[in-house]
Design a protein around this ligand. Structure first.
Ligand code: SAH
Length: 204
């Protein structure tokens, strides 16, 4: 079984921490009533395409020989970068859950008493949780020496990210209006803005 190889053990530890963070914060968020939900066909499709590459394929690769046809030899330096990327990803994933608190949801939703969060890691970027998942996707690719289990998460998350992020920002603009639009001018989606844009007269 692949699970005994050192980099796979590193991945498995990260995997447990990743889902541990999510489980710990999901409970707090679920207690809040949802007032607007965009849990439509597109959202269901996006969540469905994320399941195999984030959960099923890594576990099949680690615990069964079923995916061995897609194994490859990885250059020895790459998993070190993968492990470093994973550590940064887990830190950002934890901080974004802690800062977003009860306003978190698995799809695009608005909760009762939903507050616009602009502090903590949200002070610098608008989508730190998605940034953490991007980092996670590349870390998974660099750690697992298997094309399917390692890299399929990158196109899957790219699809989710690009189809969702605009809709999420639209909902935030509808709900928080000028406050969110100004927040957009101060922050980047995934990377901090170097220069803050001035609000234009036609921005509302
Ligand atoms: N895109 C964010 C949050 C992902 S969780 C990130 O990557 O960090 C998805 C939910 O977060 C959405 O349903 C939306 O209602 C909520 N959300 C997104 N940005 C927010 C913000 N700045 N403040 C409060 N809620 C936010």
């Amino acid at each position: 079984m692949n699970v005994s190889q050192p980099w796979n053990v590193v991945f498995l530890i990260g995997f447990v921490v990743f889902y541990g963070i999510r489980t710990a914060y999901v409970r707090a968020a679920k207690s809040e009533r949802t007032v607007i939900s965009q849990f439509d066909g597109l959202e269901k499709f996006l969540l469905a395409i994320m399941f195999p590459p984030t959960m099923l394929l890594p576990l099949l690769y680690l615990f069964t020989p079923l995916l061995s046809f897609a194994d490859y030899r990885i250059a020895s330096a790459i998993p070190w970068f993968g492990a470093a990327t994973m550590v940064v990803s887990l830190w950002l994933f934890w901080r974004s859950h802690a800062d977003l608190g009860k306003n978190w949801s698995v799809s695009v939703e608005l909760r009762e008493g939903h507050a616009l969060v602009t502090r903590g890691v949200y002070h610098f970027i608008r989508h730190p949780m998605y940034a953490a998942i991007w980092l996670w996707a590349f870390a998974q690719g660099m750690l697992l020496a298997n094309w399917l289990a390692g890299w399929s998460v990158v196109p899957a998350f790219a699809t989710m990210y690009f189809l969702r992020v605009g809709r999420e920002e639209e909902l935030m603009c509808e709900s928080f209006g000028q406050a969110y639009r100004e927040y957009m001018l101060r922050t980047g989606r995934l990377l901090p803005r170097l220069k803050t844009e001035e609000p234009s007269a036609s921005s509302d």
